[in-house]
Structures are given as structure tokens and as C-alpha cells.
Design a protein around this ligand. Sequence first.
Ligand SMILES: Cc1cc2nc3c(=O)[nH]c(=O)nc-3n(C[C@H](O)[C@H](O)[C@H](O)COP(=O)(O)OP(=O)(O)OC[C@H]3O[C@@H](n4cnc5c(N)ncnc54)[C@H](O)[C@@H]3O)c2cc1C
Length: 464
Amino acid sequence: MHTATCTARPTQHHEHKPQAHKPQALGVGHQVSLKGPERAEFGKPWHDCTVTVEPLHTDVLVIGAGPAGSAAAAWCARAGMDVLLADAEHFPRDKACGDGLTPRAILALRELGMSDYLNTCAVNVGLRAAGFGQTLLLPWPGGKWPTTGGASPRMRLDNAIHEVALAAGARELPGARAIDVTMNGDHIAAVMFRTEEGLREVRARRVVVADGAKSTLGRVLGRQWHRDTVYGVASRAYISSDRHDDPWISSHLELRDADGVLLSGYGWVFPLADGGVNIGVGTLATDKRPANINLRTLLDTYVGQQRDDWKLQGDISNYASRPLPMGGAVSNIAGPNWVMIGDAAACINPLNGEGIDYGLETGRLAAIALAEHSNLSRVWPQILHKEYGPAFSIARRLGDVLTLPGFLIKAGPIGMRSRWMMEIALRLMGNLVSDEDTDTIARLWRTAGSWSSRMDERAPFGVK
Ligand SMILES: Cc1cc2nc3c(=O)[nH]c(=O)nc-3n(C[C@H](O)[C@H](O)[C@H](O)COP(=O)(O)OP(=O)(O)OC[C@H]3O[C@@H](n4cnc5c(N)ncnc54)[C@H](O)[C@@H]3O)c2cc1C
């Protein structure tokens, strides 16, 4: 491999407007800038670094190999496309998560052909909801989705999905962090990666951006995350438990900090059937009502509250926290030859913080969209909106209400008194209503969703 030192100076900004020129080759003499945050993150501007001069070529470049990116890579490769799957990390790698697999996620994993893998994971039959003096066992509602959920540490799960993508024929580019793009008008012509060997350019016909909640490459492409819409902050850790094989995942809806203040979120204990549980806390916030909490202290408090009940042993390990962009509260998520999926497209349910299922689903939807459409700028946000818009719209409206001071203390005890109401809540909060469901609750939920979408000042996924 030939290398050369790049001597170009950076320009001040990226040009996203249509341009007449042909795609430029990155390399010696090429002028593209790294924006502020990326420069800070990577230490020195890439124009001062060694550039590998032989670019890689691919039809579809997938950036990020979490559930969304690996699913996209697998489905694209299965459809016969030439795919390169790049990730900043080497697999297996960990990811801050509750590790909970909803029935939606179970279905998506089965469709990927991962039933054997699921047989090695913890299985759960529903949710144990606790709080305000009540504990309710709420089975998964079934219908279109399986009647069981699961849990699997992300270190294992993501590695397994990644292997499915490689087995389907995707090539990999491990340890490669996407840091910049070369635009040809509003098309992506090439992506620049920082690797251990130096800089590496990849030229691609189409690009799928699946680089997670922060989506640093998304920022380069103009993605905007609207934090005036409800979002989440959450942390998790692992700990040994004598009840590691409990068949219910547990959520504590009355989450209180060390001073006893009720928070608009929940604590969870998800059994992993491997000697331990995933334990975590998450709360909702908006720009107007920020969470203002120390997640580490809150988790320690919660672990203390659950220690006897869950027969927890020893100290927590692998503490990690992350923000959660929710309910499609992002704009600029597609261009003619590129789309954003998973967390990068804020595909997280605002009412329970789950996003593995939407990552897997949007990976598959992206593969279909790439196969069917030559220009994705308008089509992709519309596809996501059709699939999730109404449910996300009503869910984020309810999520917003949950952040209102005093709401939960009044509504919580009423909701928890009614098993019927909580069963409905589990179905709605888990977005487990399908288009095929014709019962009254499903019809009401769909009507509420369409009403909410029509009322939105800024619709999910920036759809106009
Ligand atoms: C504390 C917490 C608990 C959660 N609990 C649950 C739960 O129990 N169940 C559930 O369904 N969801 C849960 N979620 C949400 C879930 O983790 C995400 O929705 C899911 O990981 C989204 O998958 P993804 O593939 O979009 O992104 P990620 O899983 O974040 O994958 C992104 C990948 O991109 C790579 N990457 C990032 N930047 C670059 C770059 N510039 N270049 C190359 N690669 C890059 C990263 O290394 C990573 O591998 C939780 C989230 C948090 C924070």
C-alpha cells in the first residue's frame, strides 16, 4: 500500500449545494475540512496526517456496525449488493445498553436468521412493572409479534449480528472511524476514515450512516437533533444476582433519587441468565426541562434500593451512560445517495427507550429503499415516517407530558391500580400495535397517532 503525507490546507466549511465539478479524489492536495468537534475528537486535522493513496471502492458503504448497520449490511449483501461495513471499533465491542430485546427485536433477529443465537440468550415472558405500592406481571401481548422477549449483552449480540453480515457477503473495514465526506453536489462521493494505519478513503455509490446516537458523521452531513423534543439519558451496569434467570424483565416506574424526589423515568433490572443482570436507570428530558441529574449517583442509589429484592452480589461493573435521541426528532437524514438509520435517525421509542428493534428494522428498510429508489432525499424520511411517524409522534407527546413537574406523582398511582390499564400501557408503550390489529385499542391508538402527526409543528424525521 502506498502512503503519502497530505499537504492540503482545510477549507472553512463543507459545500452541500449542487456543484458542477466531478467527485474529487481525496489524497495529496485535496481540500476538505474537518469541522470543530471532529477535529477536537481526533487531535489533529487530517490534512496533517498520512493518507493512504489507494482508495477502496464499494457499491454500498455502511458506516457503523451496531444492530442497525450490521442488519443493513446483511440485507444489502443478501440482495446481491457489494457492501463494505466499517466501524470505528474492533468487534466484539461493548455498547451502553439495557440489553433488553422486545418481541419486535426478537422477530427482526429471527428474520435475520438468528434463531439459534436467540436459543443461547435469556428469555422473558413479559414485564414486571413495579411502583406506587403495586407490582404487576404483564405478559407480552403477542399478536403479530412473538410472545417472548429476550436479553443479551451487547458485547455478544452485536458481534453475532456483525458475523451474520459478514456471512452474507459484506466485507469489513474494522477500526476505521469515518471523519469526513467528499461531496459531489449533494451526493456523497467518498468518505474519509481514520484507521490505525493512517487515513483511508472509501468511494461508494451509496452510503448508509449507522453511527449511533451522537452520529458524528451525521453532523458533518448536516443532521440536526432537535432536543426541544423529548429525549432520554440513561446509564447501565452489570452485577451478579441470584435471580439472574428470572423470567420477567423488571421496570420500576417510581424512580426516586437519593433525596426521594420522583423522576420522570424508570429503573430496570433485566435478567441475563448468565449469573448476572443488567441494571440501569433512564430519565426523559427536554431543552426546557433538562434532567439535571448525576446518572452515576442515581444508578448507585437504585442498585442500593434493589439489592435485597434481587439478591445482588458484589459491586457493579462496566458502568456506561449515553444520551438517547428519540421519536425521529432529527432532520436532514437523507440525501440522494445516502440515508441515516437506527439511533442516527433517532429511531428510539420515547416511552421505553428501546431502539435495537428499530435499528434492525431500519437496516432492512434501508436495504429495500436502496434496491428500489435511485434518489433517497425525500423518499427515505417518508418511509420512516410512514413506518413510525404516528406512533413516535403520539409517544413523544406523552413523553413530554411525563416530564411535567407533578404529573407522574398524580397519574402513577392511578395507572398502577389498574392491571387492565397497565396491560394496555405495555402494548402501547412497547409500540406493539400492528396495522393488522383491528381491536378498539389498536384503532384508537392509530387514530391518536394520525391526529398527533397532523398537529406536529415539526413531524418526525423532518418530513414536511
Ligand atoms: C443506557 C441505555 C440503555 C438502553 N437499553 C435498551 C434496551 O434495553 N433495549 C433496546 O432495544 N434499546 C436500548 N437502548 C437503545 C439502544 O442501545 C440503541 O437504540 C441501539 O444500540 C441502536 O443501534 P445502532 O446500530 O443505531 O447504534 P449503535 O448500537 O450505537 O452502533 C453504532 C456503531 O457505530 C460505530 N461508530 C460510531 N461513530 C462512528 C464513526 N464515525 N465511524 C465508524 N463507526 C462509528 C460505533 O462504534 C458503533 O459500533 C439503550 C440505550 C442506552 C444508552
